[in-house]
Design a protein around this ligand. Structure first.
Ligand SMILES: O=c1ccn([C@@H]2O[C@H](COP(=O)(O)O)[C@@H](O)[C@H]2O)c(=O)[nH]1
Length: 305
């Protein structure tokens, strides 16, 4: 799947991921009205609204971008009906030939990680039947439990030719509380980055490893160091846009080949219609506003090369 991601980034000339993080307050009224008319003001109604909203954004942007990143928390908050919307979104994005990065941030003791890996990236056998479950192409993983927690994911990725993005230096303001702690003269995020490179050594695509990393756009100096620590790992870069990350600091996240990083924007794209810049589209044309925001983001990111 890393090969497909690289190929699609080259084809679209867009090292960009659209984050599908729907909140009820983002969804235009015409969508919620229709969903509630059919299913009532129920969790099933919300599920339908989340799905229709995402479908509109995917339809308006899929030809411009290589990948989407649905954030599972936004669906889980509505229980099983929310997860139904997550599942429909993943399947539809794949039908549109997009690479799907499940932002699920899993990781636990080995046996539990194995179950998470099966659920998100693998297959389960029930008697004579085999089922793919959420079936994302990549999953985000938390490395706090160490190798025991990561190895089951790596094993499933090997088997299924899928991929991981492991949290190395996150974009949030307090990420330094633990991640920047100095250990034997080096910050923890560097130790984790080095380990990501090792975890990925035996599971290589053509040029990049199946094992990538998450490094926030909000810490460009650290991005520069981490690029060198893990040269074969793709870096998923959240924090651009709504969290204040800008294109200026992002060049060092890329390798000399112009590849190696993919920048995420969620709120900046999916509720573009609420920004002054895109207000002319109006709520009813929210998806057209998202398309224009993607076009602008691609131009902005490509301006650094
Ligand atoms: O370090 C991290 C890791 C993950 N995220 C996730 O990315 C998106 C960002 O959303 P925006 O609306 O573009 O700010 C969201 O799903 C986060 O959970 C992150 O921001 N930082």
């Amino acid at each position: 799947m890393i090969n497909k991601l690289v190929k699609k980034i080259k084809e679209t000339n867009a090292p960009v991921v659209v984050g599908l993080d729907p909140m009820l307050s983002y969804i235009p009224k015409h969508i919620t009205d229709k969903a509630y008319a059919e299913f009532g003001e129920t969790l099933e109604g919300v599920s339908e609204a989340l799905w229709q909203y995402n479908k509109g954004i995917i339809d308006a942007t899929y030809d411009l971008i290589p990948a989407v990143k649905p954030q599972i928390a936004m669906y889980e908050q509505f229980g099983i009906p929310g997860l139904v919307a997550f599942d429909k979104t993943v399947k539809y994005a794949k039908e549109k030939d997009l690479v799907v990065i499940g932002d699920v941030k899993r990781g636990d003791i080995g046996s539990t990680s194995a179950a998470y890996a099966t659920g998100h990236l693998g297959k389960v056998k029930v008697g004579n039947n085999t089922y793919s479950l959420f079936d994302e192409d990549f999953a985000t993983v938390n490395p706090y439990l160490g190798t025991d927690g990561i190895k089951p994911f790596v094993d499933v990725c090997k088997e299924e030719k899928k991929g991981l993005f492991i949290l190395v230096k996150t974009s949030n303001p307090s990420s330094g509380e633990f991640q920047d702690r100095m250990i034997d003269g080096r910050p923890l995020y560097e130790w984790v980055g080095e380990q990501v490179a090792k975890w990925g050594e035996d599971i290589m695509g053509d040029d990049y490893s199946y094992v990538g990393a998450v490094v926030g756009a909000t810490y460009p100096e650290m991005g520069k160091v981490l690029r060198k620590v893990m040269p074969k790992s793709y870096i998923l870069v959240p924090g651009y846009g709504a969290q204040g990350g800008t294109a200026d600091g992002l060049k060092p996240y890329f390798n000399e080949d112009g590849l190696g990083a993919i920048i995420n924007s969620s709120r900046g794209i999916i509720c573009a219609y609420k920004q002054d810049k895109y207000a002319k589209f109006g709520e009813a044309n929210y998806a057209d506003a998202s398309r224009q925001a993607v076009v602008d983001m691609i131009e902005d990111i490509n301006s650094i090369f």
